[in-house]
Design a protein around this ligand. Structure first.
Ligand SMILES: *Cc1c(COP(=O)(O)O)cnc(C)c1O
Length: 220
């Protein structure tokens, strides 16, 4: 077994069957992704649209591509024909553009709302109040070509396990609350290489794991 295959297997062995594993392959070459593909992995996450398009063009078509990075409105069109799930949606403006581009391809594009949970100053993500207002807005009901299927969050980059846990609990509580009026919400995308075990204890249904599968990204 090669290293990617071994590491992938180790991660899978530590995940309950109900958790979806997104293999975060940003900055890695196609040959490396193909090692994971050959080992059975079919969901890959990228954070740059151009890079994801290049990999989508070159790789087998039964792969599900997840956009996990911040999305600029003017770039949605490049991925609208194939993207499976957009994790970091944080405005009605972006949702409208995704809806418009999805419609052109007669598709329904799955989206997650990114929630700001980290204490550190981060630019992206909705507050709890903003997420509630967005899901209840009239505007969103007219967007027939998007499907909001859950929430995504990133904890503070810290060794303090209790802080990470507290931040994940914040989004888990919001997720449970929103599900009462939005039974379609099924995905809670929390957990990366350093914190996916805590995320799973805190209700994660989808983890985004990069370096623990593909090795560190020195150049990133
Ligand atoms: C890079 C990235 C990951 C994966 O990070 P690792 O620590 O390498 O597992 C997960 N989520 C997002 C949004 C990322 O940008």
């Amino acid at each position: 077994m090669n290293t990617v295959e071994k590491k992938l297997q180790n991660i899978k062995d530590s995940l309950p069957d109900t958790i979806t594993l997104v293999a975060v392959s940003k900055t890695k070459p196609i040959a490396t992704l193909m090692e994971a593909y050959t080992a059975g992995q079919r969901i890959f996450g990228e954070n740059k649209i151009q890079e994801m398009v290049e990999k989508w063009e070159a790789m087998p078509k039964d792969i599900q591509w997840h956009m996990i990075g911040h999305v600029q409105t003017n770039k949605v069109k490049y991925m609208a024909s194939f993207v499976d799930l957009i994790h970091a949606v944080d405005s009605i403006k972006l949702l409208k553009e995704i809806n418009k581009q999805a419609k052109k391809h007669s598709r329904i594009i799955n989206c997650l709302l990114q929630i700001k949970i980290a204490e550190e100053e981060s630019k992206f993500g909705l507050s709890k109040e903003e997420a509630i207002a967005l899901l209840e807005s009239e505007e969103i009901k007219n967007l027939a070509n998007i499907h909001i299927q859950g929430l995504m969050g990133m904890a503070t980059f810290t060794d303090d396990q209790s802080q990470i846990k507290a931040e994940f609990e914040k989004i888990q509580t919001l997720f449970k609350h929103l599900k009462q009026n939005n039974p379609n919400l099924k995905t809670l995308s929390i957990g990366m290489s350093g914190d996916f075990k805590i995320a799973i204890e805190t209700g994660s249904t989808m983890v985004r794991v990069g370096s623990s599968i593909f090795g560190s990204r020195n150049q990133a």
